[in-house]
Design a protein around this ligand. Structure first.
Ligand SMILES: [Zn+2]
Ligand SMILES: [Zn+2]
Length: 262
């Protein structure tokens, strides 16, 4: 059973609903022991660029303060963590760390929605059969993992490749090999089940399972009602376990939190 969820959003990203308190109370009701908020990070883009899918940098203090208060209020019932879902980019990552570091937080997860970044790049989830896009996505994800700043890799299979499955597995194998060597858990994004998305991708996860990767299941909740473990995820756990009986990481990640470099 999933008892920790490290992937929860807030209304600041402009495409989620409900209050932080609603997410926390649902998590308690559903038996979670850990709820980590990892809203889409603000990004230090040039002043004329405005992203509509993330909070503004000016909202950082409110995000952190709201969660610190709730963490304290609910401390007897659940562990509340403060994090961010971050696109890694060579252009903005260092500056971003400086901005985020002005306030306390517990972790970052990498969710690579844009390559090489949102300002100049393409959306990872747009269907494509171009190997070049798959290759640059893979390179960027590995570069991001190599920074050592991330707790895990969110929806590694967000890239929506519609070309030759062999080309797909050749590149995905590079991400998975890196994750196995460096003990980077790969996220099974349960929002994909509830929203009928193209991920979790069976091909990706059967390969990852064969290669000995470890997995973390996450709600990627943009709605308090989705702080739960959907039925499909139970089947998916069985599917992964056929090849790989390694424990899922949801509980062990708390230890990794301690070792993350900020
Ligand atoms: Zn989102
Ligand atoms: Zn997310």
């Amino acid at each position: 059973m999933v008892i920790a969820n490290y992937h929860t959003h807030t209304t600041r990203c402009n495409h989620a609903k409900g209050s932080e308190r609603d997410y926390i109370e649902t998590a308690i009701e559903k038996g979670f022991e850990v709820i980590g908020f990892s809203d889409h990070t603000p990004q230090p883009y040039p002043p004329d660029v405005r992203s509509r899918i993330r909070m503004d940098m000016s909202q950082l203090p409110d995000y952190v303060e709201t969660l610190l208060k709730l963490r304290d209020e609910y401390k007897e019932e659940i562990r509340v963590l403060i994090g961010y879902e971050v696109e890694y980019s060579t252009a903005y990552f260092e500056k971003l760390l400086t901005e985020l570091g002005k306030y306390p937080y517990d972790y970052l997860i990498m969710g690579q929605h844009f390559v090489p970044d949102e300002v100049t790049g393409f959306y990872t989830g747009a269907a494509t059969d171009e190997e070049e896009k798959l290759a640059v996505y893979t390179d960027l994800v590995i570069e991001g993992m190599e920074t050592g700043k991330f707790l895990y890799l969110a929806h590694p299979d967000l890239i929506r490749f519609t070309g030759d499955p062999e080309v797909y597995t050749n590149h995905m194998r590079r991400i998975i090999a890196h994750s196995v060597q460096n003990h980077y858990p790969l996220e099974v994004n349960m929002y994909g089940f509830t929203d009928y998305r193209w991920y979790p991708n069976d091909l990706f996860f059967s390969l990852a399972s064969e290669m000995g990767a470890s997995f973390v299941f996450a709600c990627d909740a943009h709605d308090p009602e989705l702080v739960r473990q959907p039925e499909e995820s139970v089947e998916f756990m069985e599917f992964l376990n056929r090849n790989n009986i390694k424990a899922f990481e949801n509980e062990n990640l708390l230890q990794k939190l301690q070792t993350l470099q900020k």
